[in-house]
Design a protein around this ligand. Structure first.
Ligand code: SAH
Ligand code: SF4
Length: 350
């Protein structure tokens, strides 16, 4: 039998059931689980605390989907480490360790490439390659946690606490794998990420937003808006033709009504395109009264798009106008801009 099942794609309960089917006890499952998340050795053979028979069986029927580093870049400000990780089929995805004041966040990918084609996005420019499995999403977080702990000489090293699905790909186009990965990442004996600490960002896949709400998934929602009229949005985000702005806003309002959660709206600021005072007023009117926060992200220029980022002053003006609509609004710190930490940019650099 070929080993087709990635150990990082199992929940703890499924692993326990698999080992039970081989007459192995939950204690063995717990030991393996600890190896996977806290002592990972990178190979099954090195998990010497496991019985030899168990390791042989695991090797025959499963594999350890730890993702090797194909390339790494550090930002000059020291706040960001960006990894290009190699998938078993040699495709490459981006995973980023980002440091903000007082917290560390892993930014992980949900797909290799992306089918949504947003004009300014390096991942969109490369097109869709394939969905990631739940195990491949989990393995990225494991990699960041291990990196973080490896950096520290503290006897009680820090651990990863925050995760955003804002790397390559559209998470709600790969719903099942993303939701499963989040469940595995929340496991208290695994990475134990708090329910309030996982956020996914979507281009606005309306059925996916509705499903997250109806299933009460403990995942925070960020929605990439970028424009406040259907026409302007469709020019930047082709997916808006399939899921028009008014349907998206209905889904977002229903999401908040059902879950009580605030939605983060992302707005990539592009000079002369969507950064005028009028644009700020139109987004203010669109979102006024919603339980929402707006995150402004000055454009990271990409080869496939001629736009330039909005300057500091215009970003500030945009922010002030939104404050007038009682919409909390941040300008995203441009961590790692010098290493192309915009979505898909390291992979696109080849
Ligand atoms: N597919 C999802 C999540 C990944 S992209 C989504 O689109 O929301 C994460 C965020 O980065 C999105 O808000 C996206 O619009 C933004 N983004 C992509 N390319 C960018 C660029 N070159 N400069 C600034 N923001 C960018
Ligand atoms: Fe895909 Fe998001 Fe990039 Fe759009 S911005 S192409 S949805 S990854």
């Amino acid at each position: 039998m070929t080993a087709t099942r990635d150990l990082y794609g199992f929940t703890h309960a499924e692993l326990t059931a698999l080992l039970a089917s081989w007459d192995l006890s939950p204690v063995h499952a717990a030991r393996l689980w600890r190896y996977l998340y806290w002592e990972s050795t990178g190979s099954l053979a090195a998990m010497t605390a496991l019985p030899a028979r168990m390791r042989r069986q695991l090797e025959a029927e499963t594999f350890l989907g730890a993702l090797p580093i194909a390339r790494e870049q550090h930002s000059t400000d020291g706040f960001t480490r960006k990894f290009l990780l190699a998938l078993p089929d040699a495709r490459e995805i981006e995973t980023v360790l980002m440091r903000f004041t007082g917290r560390v966040t892993a930014c992980v990918s949900s797909q290799a490439g992306c089918a949504m084609g947003c004009v300014f996005c390096a991942t969109g420019q490369m097109g869709f390659q394939r969905h990631l499995s739940a195990g491949e999403i989990v393995a990225q977080a494991v990699h960041i946690n291990r990196t973080l702990r490896g950096e520290s000489s503290d006897p009680l090293p820090p651990r990863l606490r925050n995760l955003v699905l804002m790397g390559m790909g559209e998470p709600l186009h790969n719903y099942e794998a993303v939701v499963r990965a989040a469940e595995i990442l929340r496991d208290p004996s695994g990475l134990s990420l708090g329910a309030e600490r996982i956020t996914l960002s979507t281009v606005g896949v309306v059925p996916g937003i509705r499903r997250l709400a109806s299933e009460r998934q403990p995942i925070h929602l960020a929605v990439s808006l970028h424009a406040a009229t259907q026409e302007e949005r469709a020019a930047l985000v082709p997916a808006a033709r399939k899921w028009p702005l008014d349907e998206l806003m209905d889904a977002c309002r229903d999401y908040t009504a059902q879950t009580g959660r605030r939605i983060f709206y992302e707005w990539t600021l592009i000079a002369g395109q969507n950064d005028s005072a009028e644009h700020a007023h139109s987004v203010g009117r669109l979102l006024a009264g919603q339980h929402a926060q707006v995150n402004l992200i000055p454009l990271n220029p990409t080869d496939g798009y001629a736009g330039a980022p909005t300057g500091r002053e215009a970003a500030r003006r945009f922010q002030d106008i939104l404050a007038g609509y009682r919409l909390p609004c941040t300008v995203r710190q441009r961590r790692g801009i010098d290493i192309g930490a915009g979505c898909g940019q390291l992979a696109a650099a080849g």
